[in-house]
Design a protein around this ligand. Sequence first.
Ligand code: NAD
Length: 728
Amino acid sequence: MENFKIEVDGDGIALVTFDVPGRTMNTLTASVIREIGELVETIKSDAAIKGVVFTSGKTTGFCAGADLGELGGSGGIGGGGDLKAAFDAGFALNKSFRALETSGKPVAAAINGLALGGGLEFTLACHYRVVADNPKIQLGLPEAKVGLLPGGGGTQRLTRLMGVMAAAPYLLEGKSMKPAEALGFKVVHEVVPAGTEVEAAKTWIKTKGDPVAPWDKKDFKIPGGGPYSAGGSQVFVMGNAMLRKTTYGNYPAQLNIMKAVYEGLQVPFDAAIRIETRYFLKTLMSPQAKGMIRTLFLSLQELGKGAGRPAGVPHYDVKKVAVLGAGMMGAGIAYVQAMAGIETVLIDQTQEAADKGKGYAEGLVKKAVSRGKLTQEKGDAILALIHPTADYANVKGSDLVVEAVFENRDVKAQVTKLAEAQLAEGAIFGSNTSTLPITGLAKASVRPKDFIGIHFFSPVDKMGLVEIIMGEETSQEALAKSIDYVLKIKKTPIVVNDSRGFYTSRCFGTFVQEGMELLADGYAPAIIDNVGRATGMPRGPLEMHDDVALDLSYKIAQQTKKDLGDKYEERPFTAIIEKMVEGEGRYGRKNGKGFYDYPENGPKTLWPGLAQLAPTKIAEVDKAGIEEIRTRLLYRQAVEAARCFEENVITDPREADVGAILGWGFAPWTGGPISLIDGVGVAKFVEACDQLAQKYGARFAPPALLRDMAAKGETFYGRFGAKTKAAA
Ligand code: NAD
């Protein structure tokens, strides 16, 4: 066998070592699944084998689960459209695991590291589980996070071990557990010192070795009761309501997991796993799962390896970085750099302001130490890397500068000159501006080839995306070096070309604006935000507008008006914002006054005065009305993303989708705005946008690119995937 090695000892115990060649981590590839089937046959038929212990040959862990590259690809299960063949393929793993469980021989899993998804399911099909005592080990079923359902018996075995209530967060949210927690839940039987798992598993086989799973015993009872018991029925009644509240029906995976558990727990185990496989396939073949696997797993992984990096530039190891401006953003950037081992010079106008910026990192480190996530020694070493100062001479020796001073062209020009005076040849200057075009800012630079946009998101330590912006003169070398930096601080880079609002702010802005359009149309604010949330966006457009700050969008509108002159299109909602900011001093969440009031103790409430500024004309909407608001909010963003392709602001569908979900929280169930358009079909999307444009105006008008793609029957991933393929 390619992936498993079998050694039978003197006691007749077969030690099967799982070790996929050429990979750092075991996954369940098609070849592994086939060999598991063969292994089970050998175990059953070889009389010399009295018992089996499975372990892993990888130091990284036991198994990370399904190979999502294979599963999510067009050649994956169900790709050919033959449902019978899809069921057989989808059921293969369940069938082998069940055959192992009912082989009549005791089987134990010696878990030396993480066991996730199909990896954990593998061990759940063993009669006994021993895990190494290491709190870093994760055991869990993360499938739901990428829109999938555990399809190797996980929905049936975990609930029968833990009870439905306790298993719910692990199945529905993809939470993982540490060995000690797993022991508490009786998901594993023993936690032993690392390195002794195999020995402990063999001892169990020799001393107890019970080859019957709990659910195959006559007296088996589901912990907490099944769906028709008093306790169990409550779980499902409450669970359904909670599911609706958290997913708004956007995520088939969670609903199908609930259905598989509900139906599966009422029938014998062999029927239960067939039910699971049906729901597994239904989920796998949904456009939501396809989009989520592609964006949230495959593309994210590719971009995390530098897929957008120009080839041919040697790796740039950034060791020292100067951060200009120790405000909210600068302080966060200094912290993530120090965490990545980068020496950081943190500069502000005064020593006091710079020290205050370092204080942010000190606070975070203190918290991590108190929670046992970091030792005091490591925490001190991280903080020692941050040097707060007001003296630009300390920029000397930096490989990179990240500028995060006030959003003001003159201030930025001044600090660019001060920092560049200290920089050696080949060092890069990155600006964290959120709105000012990079090409314009680069005019202050004597080395525009090395000048680039490195746009972080707030809060820097939590947000995983960095948008890299190419100015007109930025070199490919500067791009490669910037990507190396972003990867070093463990963030995901996307690369865009210069444009007003770049890619992320520009598209996100349309969501907030469409919320304002709905308000000006007379929709009740509560309807706008409720439907906004139901689209799968993290919050409604008015709430998000409050978070971003109303005075900021007011200022940006004023600036845009000035810049665009006659081309600026005045909208009815601009008057509402003007009155709120100028007349009422309502700046949003930051001063506790926006569309909502934010009382100190208590939840936010809609500002009553809004009724005068934007009188409600539509206080009720039917199902079709809700659908139209939903479409307006999502399609408005998607059509803007398509315009960004047409204008060459963004060029890679993977970056567009990953950037949207990580950057501004675009509804994850879609797989991103570009996957949304591809999923709907470009021609259908164009037709819908034409109708919206007729009713609501040119902001919905599909760009020529979309019409061309519709005429040719193309998709974004097909047409723009060439770059993707070339890079691969
Ligand atoms: P901030 O006001 O919190 O911080 C700016 C800091 O720059 C202040 O501490 C200020 O003292 C310092 N500063 C001003 N002039 C300076 C000079 N000549 N030399 C050194 N330091 C100087 O602002 P912020 O929110 O951290 O934003 C900084 C930049 O990041 C802006 O360009 C902003 O547009 C951009 N940005 C902000 C966000 C966000 O969510 N706040 C997100 C992405 C990008």
